[in-house]
Design a binder for this molecule. Structure first.
Ligand SMILES: C[S@@+](CC[C@H](N)C(=O)[O-])C[C@H]1O[C@@H](n2cnc3c(N)ncnc32)[C@H](O)[C@@H]1O
Length: 248
């Protein structure tokens, strides 16, 4: 949970890139994450994904996490048994901050860092890749793309270049970008789809500041639900298991 000081900052900036110390409990694990200015502060999406990762076993796996942010999920992957983790981000400072948080929480396994534009990751066929599992919380509300599903669709379409045959793609999806399209695309790419868990939560204030986003979600059946006059989104964590053979 963010403390009162951090909540003030959220209200002031309307953005998730403010400096904060974020405290969050995952089972009996207490995290205290240092998040400098310019690094994404975990939201309910990231926390829900974290709760689902805590139920999984990554023993002896080399996991790839794309868009690690402050490293919240990388820490959980290590605590759940990962042997090695490759993290990516849009700049080296963010990766370095994630490594700082990993080491602060006693993670000693090898952490490989890459500055990479989404799925364009070096080493997909050497230096660790293809990976056993790929984990990510893709940009959505702040995707900065005209095509909102860009990060989700490219991830699903190119997962076979990054993940071993039979390996896993684990990511979170909001109902606001159409869960049914996500499931259909994963199945069209021959993945075995499993829902690891879902939750729902109220819109973040900055959704209402983006007229285009509000318009897009108004067109998607089931994009949100009104509960006591408050917009709520569904948050679904998917596991897509890649086929044992043949790229899609
Ligand atoms: C929704 S945030 C998730 C951050 C973190 N995993 C979490 O859950 O708190 C998406 C992250 O992807 C990163 N990102 C955005 N565009 C990217 C790109 N083209 N390639 C790699 N990472 C990107 C952002 O910097 C941001 O940290």
């Amino acid at each position: 949970m963010t403390d009162a000081h951090n909540q003030d900052l959220t209200a002031r900036t309307g953005s998730n890139l403010y400096p904060a110390t974020m405290r969050q409990q995952f089972g009996d694990l207490s995290l205290e994450l240092d998040v400098p200015e310019g690094v994404w502060n975990p939201t309910p999406h990231g926390i829900h994904l974290g709760n689902m990762l805590m139920k999984l076993d990554f023993s002896n796996e080399h996991v790839l996490e794309i868009g690690t942010g402050c490293g919240i999920h990388a820490i959980l992957l290590a605590k759940r048994g990962a042997r090695e983790i490759t993290i990516t981000e849009i700049n080296s400072e963010t990766n370095a901050n994630a490594v700082h948080n990993l080491r602060k929480h006693g993670v000693e396994i090898p952490i490989h860092q890459q500055v990479a534009d989404w799925i364009h990751i070096e080493g997909a066929n050497h230096q660790g890749g293809p990976w056993d599992t790929l984990v990510t919380n893709p940009p959505t509300a702040k995707a900065g793309k005209h095509y909102r599903r860009y990060f989700h669709d490219t991830l699903i379409l190119d997962a076979h270049k990054l993940v071993k045959p039979g390996g896993r793609l684990i990511f979170i999806n909001s109902s606001m970008i159409d869960i049914s399209r996500t499931i259909a695309l994963m199945e069209e790419c021959a993945m075995t789809v499993r829902i690891l868990g879902e939750t729902s939560g109220p819109f973040r204030d900055y959704y209402f500041e983006d007229d285009q986003y509000m318009l897009e979600m108004a067109r998607i059946p089931g994009a949100y639900q009104m509960i006591d006059g408050v917009h709520h989104e569904r948050l679904v964590v998917f596991e897509g298991r890649l086929p044992e053979s043949a790229a899609p």
